[in-house]
Design a protein around this ligand. Structure first.
Ligand code: UD1
Ligand code: UDP
Length: 355
């Protein structure tokens, strides 16, 4: 019997990083065809990850680009459908919760091709988030649901999804175990920014609810401006645009840089005294690396990191942000909520058994 054929849909930065952990291992088991929707397209939001993390080249580039949610998702849906009709895969695999995830899952489901959802079962219980809508819809049309945590399994159960759910751990944990060693050897970002490990904070902001609100983004910037220590801020293009449009001023202690590659990012994370972020993936990476995380949201999907004491939710509250930057100093053991770093191997066994 030939290898099973899997079409994998990628489009946004966190998906490239998840694929980096998975695709190189998949290649000796499956025929995997990568499709890049083009949701992220700037070289430092896309190409850098394919180059430095040696992700196989996508066979298809759909070049969909930016747009409103409906226009973007619709354009992807039409283009992905054409690819699937040509390739006729055994499975379509999607990661996470972006518009590319939903478009891939919907295109496959309509053609009756079984969908594999990696990072299934995550919930913020805030349906105003585009990501929450994408996750719920994707989970409900998926055939194989790879849950990263026990909480995710429970969330699915609560929505009546029990068949096809497999608790395998988190592929981002597989990724960081592999890449943090390489980052230590290869990244020179601390030297080039003149930073000393343990003496700076790292911050990222890109979540729509924070960037698209003058009130929230102003409060976040004020909270960061109150910090006396250096803060490195690799800025998502969306946030750069809004900071400029709103005329917000950042203090001199904040070092704004372009988005960085993953190896530089992991080096910055590992060296940071604390991380301030609204990213989903970075909350987990902070936990994996044992760096205190201050989350600029009211809720999180990664509740374990908060329960275990290593993550604090401060929303967009200027006083809480400034206070956490000064005083949030967790300690204590981090529990193995995210598996043992072998999520990809477990996924491979499950997919083979399913067919
Ligand atoms: C998307 C995901 C979000 C994920 C994030 C990861 C959705 C609904 N959101 O948010 O879940 O956390 O990616 O980074 O899918 N832009 C550029 N260059 C690029 C990409 C984007 O300039 O290469 C700018 C454009 O102005 C674009 C804006 O950023 O309109 C937002 O991009 P979009 O992909 O819609 O959403 P993200 O905020 O990146
Ligand atoms: N990341 C990166 N460079 C950056 C910012 C983030 O490599 O400048 C990585 C980060 O380490 C994590 C992933 O991108 O692995 C998270 O993506 P993002 O925060 O864009 O999206 P989210 O996880 O919130 O969906």
């Amino acid at each position: 019997m030939g290898k099973l054929k899997i079409v994998t849909i990628l489009g946004a930065r966190p998906q490239f990083i998840k694929a980096a952990a998975v695709s190189s291992v998949f290649s000796s088991h499956f025929e995997e065809i990568l499709v890049h929707t083009g949701q992220h397209y700037d070289p430092n939001m896309s190409a850098v990850f394919f180059e430095e993390l040696t992700i196989p080249n996508p066979k298809y580039h759909l070049n969909v680009g930016s747009g409103s949610h409906g226009a973007m998702t619709g354009a992807m849906l039409a283009e992905i459908e054409k690819v699937l009709e040509m390739e006729k895969p055994d499975f379509v695999l999607v990661y996470g919760d972006t518009n590319s995830t939903l478009a891939g899952a919907l295109a496959a489901s309509k053609l009756l091709i079984p969908v594999i959802h990696v990072e299934a079962g995550l919930r913020s219980f805030n349906k105003a988030m585009p990501e929450e809508q994408n996750r719920i819809l994707t989970d409900h049309i998926s055939k194989i649901l790879f849950a990263p945590t026990q909480t995710a399994v429970q969330n699915l159960q609560n929505e009546g999804i029990t068949g096809g759910v497999h608790l395998v751990g988190d592929v981002m944990y597989d990724g960081i175990l592999h890449f943090s060693k390489i980052a230590r050897e290869k990244s020179r970002i601390l030297e080039s920014l003149n930073l000393e490990a343990g003496k700076f904070l790292l911050c990222t902001i890109h979540r729509a609810e924070n960037t698209n609100s003058l009130e929230r983004l102003t409060a976040i910037v004020n909270g960061l401006n109150a910090c006396k220590e250096p803060i490195v801020l690799p800025l998502h293009p969306r946030t750069l645009k809004y900071i400029h449009d709103y005329g917000l001023k950042l203090s001199d202690t904040i070092c704004v840089i372009d988005p960085v590659g993953y190896l530089d990012m992991v080096r910055l994370e590992s060296g940071a005294k604390k991380i301030v972020t609204d990213s989903g993936g970075i909350q987990k990476e902070a936990f994996f690396l044992g760096i205190p995380c201050i989350t600029l949201r009211e809720e999180t999907e990664w509740v374990e990191t908060v329960e275990n004491g290593w993550n604090i939710l401060v929303g967009a509250d200027q006083t809480k942000i400034a206070d956490a930057i000064k005083n949030f100093n967790p300690s204590g053991e981090r529990k193995a909520y995210f598996g043992e770093g072998n999520a990809t191997q477990k996924m491979i066994e499950t997919i083979k058994n399913q067919h």
